[in-house]
Write a protein that binds this ligand. Structure first.
Ligand code: ADP
Ligand code: ASP
Ligand code: MG
Length: 837
């Protein structure tokens, strides 16, 4: 393409001041001109800019090009419905003119009607000939830009702003070549010069997308081509700057419709922008950069709806911040693979492959050949792939016949993920990071290519994996490696306290330790809230108007959907059903943290398969808060076992409620009165039998026993229940009323103990002889006899701590401390993933 030398300026302006560009070309995409309000907004934005010459290139109104193409196809297919759609489209334009121009709309509506009548004639002719010649399609699909420029121009004029409307078909001459659309700069500049003689206004509104070819036929610059029009006019008008206005804050690190986490890029080099655009970043047309490169013209991509945002600056400068600038995805591709032992060491095979494809007009998107030279594979467009395969079969017919080439394979439904950035060059580890992220997201890579410019690594994947691959790669490059998708189940007392602690600690954890805990899902019995990115505001409010009923499958799918580096479920529910999910979660690599005792003390077989799933996937299962709330009981036990110690016995008081009751039970008040008081203070479960039955204590003992390496089940624990047989059924009220019946018996046991210089305590014990929980007499000077309030105590006797046991003691109940225990587990999981705390 001949560009700069042959692109004389149509306007000989003095050199610009650095502070204020004098000649600026703006381009507004269809997303910026969707309706009359948008045109008004765009006009205000332009009027506020004091530019000596302001050229504004506009696209068709949003969706209009698609609608015009559909109209042409309908008419050509003989479908009479085109008239209905034609009406709708005319009504849309008429409506926009009426709203935009008010009392001045009359002439515009007439002009629009005339244009649409002409369109109707063309469509009717298509219906007659029953086909769609390229030339007619170009004429039809370009009409949206003509109407759009007319509307904006008339709006300026109606508000008293001088302005000239430039129909690009009058000046812009292009030619379609193999590498895209080439501009005939000389003719275009001459024509523009002539046009400028007659149109001297400082404000010009021009049509994007459309042009003429050398034979004077109407043509287009290809879909999304108005960006390119902007760059061409910037060259022709010798602009100081090109500003491309769209509906996002600039070029983002990935398509925001696929990656909600995408971040805005401040600056890109021309090369980076070209690579991103060629590989599918829709935000700018790939040819846009070429006229700018020649003259060093900066391109700004900006948001029409956030004009104060500086946007992305594309220029010759290279800012090497981070190895990767952006990720793109190209879809609807196919993989062609030529394989054969006879290819090894034979020169010219690649050339034959590519010349066969070129002759068949199949363009090659990506090439990969292993150094064994056993196969050559390339990625081609899906709609050209069959042609490509036939061409290869023909070109290698002889080799196939004699067995030098074994096969020519075609695989459809392929997408290419490309990672782009100048900073990749010479930097090791970039590919590793990409592949690690893809591996973790279980994405199978079909082919890999990296150009020696080291600005682009491309991987071909199955289209079914494409979005997952893109999100995973994005997370791998842009997020902290300690980013966790967090899902919390059961916001009861402990769950609520945990959520509060989590939300309060998040900023500090992110700032100081780079641990990014993203609360993405909260489920309660009544409903669940799934946050698109992460729940920012108060979780209570989000859950209060949770639209969906809780569904653990949807919960899990959502947790994984963002493909953050890690996912963790925090189960604060106490539910056996939720515990039934642990194995599946762990097997899928989701960590599980819980104060729920169901899994740790439930059926042994289930417990073992949970542990096996965790061991196989590397996901962690942590449940410190199941015993002694926030006290480091299980962690201590694990440390003992992991360092090779042998646990001989475990003994302790594991229930804050029972600890409090027996600390206070001195005979001055009946036991039932103490239970009443404890219940009043919220020390007991809603049904105090849950505490008094001893089952909860037995569950904790089972958890510790298993942690110590014993295969213990709940049924094997001897449990002394403090709920008399007769009171086990019936309502809570009944139970509370009749609990006094048992007072006498308990008082007697206390007095007997006292007679022996002892007190009563509810103790759990595990030894070689077995496991039991129940009321025992302990000497008054024993550690268990001297606890405070609801304190828990656990004594480990081990081979190392055998004369004098290792003791963990402290407050062992309450939502705050329990939640803190759960939180500590979560941070241990993060530490296990490399977080530095
Ligand atoms: P316009 O009508 O302004 O030309 P387009 O729809 O052609 O707008 O392009 C803008 C859209 O491109 C954005 O809304 C965004 O969804 C999409 N897009 C895809 N990839 C990217 C990316 N890397 N950065 C920014 N936007 C992107
Ligand atoms: N209106 C054209 C299209 O939709 C050109 C553009 O908007 O860039 O492709
Ligand atoms: Mg566009």
């Amino acid at each position: 393409m001949s560009i700069a030398a042959a692109a004389p300026s149509a306007d000989s302006a003095p050199p610009p001041s650095a502070a204020q560009p004098r000649v600026v070309v703006h381009k507004f995409g269809g997303t910026s001109v969707a309706d009359a309000d948008c045109y008004r907004h765009v006009a205000r934005l332009l009027q506020a800019r004091p530019e000596a010459l302001q050229v504004t290139v506009v696209s068709a109104m949003k969706g209009v090009t698609d609608a015009l193409i559909a109209l042409a196809r309908l008419a050509a297919a003989g479908d009479a419905q085109w008239r209905e759609h034609w009406h709708d489209l005319r009504a849309r334009h008429r409506g926009a003119a009426a709203s935009l121009l008010g009392e001045h709309a009359g002439a515009s509506v007439e002009w629009l009607d005339a244009s649409f009548d002409e369109l109707a004639e063309l469509l009717a002719a298509l219906a007659v000939i029953g086909g769609l010649p390229e030339e007619v399609l170009d004429r039809v699909q370009g009409l949206g830009e003509v109407c759009s420029a007319h509307l904006l121009g008339q709006h300026f004029l109606a508000s008293g702003e001088p302005c000239a409307v430039l129909d690009a078909r009058e000046v812009l001459v292009v030619e379609h070549g193999e590498l895209g659309v080439n501009v005939d700069w000389e003719t275009s500049a001459q024509r523009l010069h002539a046009w400028r003689q007659a149109n001297v206004q400082q404000r010009v509104v021009a049509t994007g997308f459309i042009a003429r070819d050398r034979q004077d036929r109407i043509t287009t610059l290809g879909r999304n081509g108005s960006d390119y029009s902007g760059a061409i006019f910037a060259a022709l008008f010798n602009a100081d700057e090109l500003q491309i206005w769209t509906d996002v804050d600039g070029v983002l690190s990935a398509d925001p419709r696929l990656v909600p986490e995408a971040v805005q890029l401040e600056a890109l080099s021309y090369d980076e922008a070209c690579e991103l655009a060629y590989f599918g970043a829709k935000v700018v047309h790939p040819q846009t950069m070429s006229p700018a490169i020649q003259r060093g013209l900066p391109i700004l991509i900006r948001n029409t709806f956030q004009p104060e945002h500086p946007g992305t600056r594309i220029s010759a400068e290279r800012s090497v911040r981070g190895p990767i600038k952006g990720l793109t995805l190209s879809a609807e591709l196919a993989l062609l693979n030529l394989e054969g032992t006879g290819l090894i060491g034979v020169p010219g095979t690649a050339e034959r492959v590519f010349s066969a494809l070129r002759q068949a007009h199949v363009s090659v998107v990506m090439i990969s050949q292993g150094s064994s030279e056993h196969s050559i594979c390339c990625v081609v467009r899906g709609n050209e792939s069959q042609r490509g395969r036939d061409a290869l079969l023909q070109a290698f017919a002889h080799e196939l016949a004699v067995g030098q080439v074994q096969r020519v394979q075609l695989r459809g439904g392929v997408s290419v993920l490309a990672a782009v950035g100048d900073g990749m060059a010479g930097q090791p580890g970039v590919a590793a990071r990409l592949f690690e992220s893809l591996g973790r997201a279980q994405v199978n890579i079909l082919a890999i290519a990296q150009g020696s410019s080291e600005r682009n690594i491309s991987v071909a994947v199955d289209s079914g994996d494409a979005t997952r691959a893109l999100r995973a790669a994005h997370a791998g490059f842009w997020l902290s490696p300690q980013t966790f998708a967090v899902g919390v189940i059961g916001p009861g007392n402990v769950g609520a306290a945990l959520l509060d602690q989590l939300q309060a600690a998040q900023p500090q954890l992110l700032g100081k330790a780079n641990i990014d805990l993203r609360l993405r899902a909260v489920a309660s019995r009544r409903g669940m809230h799934l946050a698109p990115r992460a729940l920012q505001g108060p979780w209570r409010a989000a859950l209060a108007d949770a639209p969906s009923a809780s569904d653990l499958d949807a919960f899990t799918a959502h947790l994984l959907s963002a493909h953050l580096p890690h996912a963790v479920v925090i189960d604060c529910s106490g539910s056996a059903e939720v515990a039934g999910r642990y194995e599946g979660w762990l097997a899928a690599g989701i960590h599980v943290v819980t104060p729920n005792k169901q899994a740790g003390s439930g059926p042994l077989a289930r417990y073992q398969s949970i542990r096996a799933a965790a061991a196989a996937s590397g996901a962690r299962f942590r449940y410190e808060a199941t015993v002694g709330a926030g006290l480091p009981v299980i962690t201590t036990l694990r440390d003992l076992v992991d360092t090779g110690d042998e646990v001989l016995s475990i003994e302790g008081i594991f229930s804050g409620t029972l600890a409090w009751l027996f600390n206070r039970f001195d005979g001055s008040q009946p036991f039932s009165a103490l239970v009443e008081q404890a219940r009043g203070m919220g020390y007991t479960e809603p049904d105090p039998r849950d505490d008094l039955s001893g089952i909860d204590v037995a569950r904790k003992l089972v958890i510790l026993a298993r942690e110590a390496g014993r295969e213990l089940s709940l049924e094997q624990v001897q449990v002394e229940s403090l709920v008399p047989e007769a009171l086990r059924a019936g309502s809570v009220d009944d139970f509370m009323q009749r609990l006094g019946d048992n007072d006498e018996a308990l008082l007697q046991r206390l007095q007997q103990a006292r007679g022996r210089g002892a007190v009563l305590r509810y103790v759990a014990a595990l030894s070689a002889q077995g496991a039991s929980v129940g009321l025992v007499e302990v000497p008054v000077d024993h550690a268990f006899a001297n606890l405070k309030l609801t304190d828990n105590v656990v004594q480990f006797r081990t081979r190392r701590y055998c004369d004098n046991p290792l003791v963990v003691q402290g407050p062992g109940a309450g939502p705050e401390v329990t939640a803190a225990g759960v939180f500590a587990d979560l941070l241990r999981v993060a530490a296990g993933e490399g977080a530095r705390l």
